[in-house]
Design a protein around this ligand. Structure first.
Ligand code: A2P
Length: 276
């Protein structure tokens, strides 16, 4: 599998640094630390997910770590991502806190959560976390093309992912194309529009015709556009549903219809509204 490509079944993506990443992750944004988070992560692992995406800012790393241990799935089989909270000053130090809370020796992926105070200052700390062996791969989130250019210009180790809000309704085509140019994997967060996109008539029509659910259509669109995708749910049956996306394909005509839902004008930006 060459760098930047997926396996033919789309299940795994090879990152530019040589790491292999499962293309479907359970996201746990807005899931409180405690039983709800532990259940979601444990169910996902039972159902065959091998990629969990958390963040320092979510406050639930301890639950993710507990669920990982309780699941009995060997640590090396699970791809674990967390994100540096850029309200803190040193990404390398904060990585140690994440390792402690998660109860693991190494993060598979460590990401700058958003480019607060500019896109470059946190990067040396990210590289230091990698040098110390605390993060196997390092990347960014919520970075536009311009911000990717800036961080790449100062990087010794370039970012291998950019995690952004991405769905047919937020089809950031210019950002996706630039990521491909730079061998940066785009990770799609909020692929269901935090639930809002599930009732769109074009999405529900395609789902009905294919005998699939709207969530599966939206997730599959992300996979076929070459991204890694991070749907969030705390319900077992939905986690199962969202994971059952490798046994069908969207025809080109449906991909094109979904592409047409984009409201960003194919932007190279990562966000329309920023919270930082
Ligand atoms: P819940 O966690 O209660 O299951 P996104 O991944 O775009 O952030 O969307 C997450 C939202 O969509 C959550 O509110 C989640 O609810 C809901 N959701 C996730 N999967 C499904 C699904 N398969 N069917 C309906 N709603 C879903």
């Amino acid at each position: 599998m060459p760098d930047g490509s997926e396996t033919p079944d789309l299940r795994m993506r090879m990152l530019a640094d040589g790491a292999a990443m499962p293309t479907l992750a359970l996201g746990v944004w807005q899931v409180p630390d405690g039983p709800e988070c532990e259940h979601a992560v444990r169910w996902a692992l039972e159902l065959g997910y091998r990629h969990i995406d958390t963040a320092q800012a979510y406050g639930n790393e301890a639950s993710v770590g507990r669920a990982l241990r309780d699941s009995g799935v060997p640590r090396e089989e699970v791809f674990l991502t967390t994100k540096f909270y850029p309200g803190h000053s040193d990404a390398a130090t904060e990585a140690e806190g994440s390792l402690r809370r998660l109860g693991v020796d190494q993060l598979d992926l460590y990401i700058v959560h958003w480019p607060q105070e500019g896109p470059t200052w946190a990067w040396p700390g990210m590289e230091e976390a990698h040098r110390r062996g605390h993060a196997r791969s390092i990347g960014v989130s919520n970075f536009s093309v311009e911000e990717l250019e800036q961080v790449s210009a100062v990087a010794t180790i370039p970012p291998v992912v950019d995690q952004v809000q991405f769905s047919p309704f937020e089809y950031r085509r210019a950002l996706l194309e630039e990521c491909a140019e730079r061998a940066i994997a785009l990770e799609a967060y909020s692929p269901l529009g935090t639930g809002r996109h599930l009732s769109d008539p074009i999405v529900t029509d395609i789902a009905g015709r294919l005998g699939r659910t709207p969530a599966q259509v939206l997730i599959r669109w992300c996979l076929q556009r070459g991204t890694i995708v991070i749907p969030k749910s705390t319900h077992r049956e939905r986690i199962a549903e969202n994971g059952a996306v490798y046994d069908f394909a969207l025809p080109d005509s449906d991909m094109t219809a979904l592409d047409g839902l984009d409201r960003t004008g194919g932007t190279d930006h990562a966000r329309e509204q920023k919270w930082w």
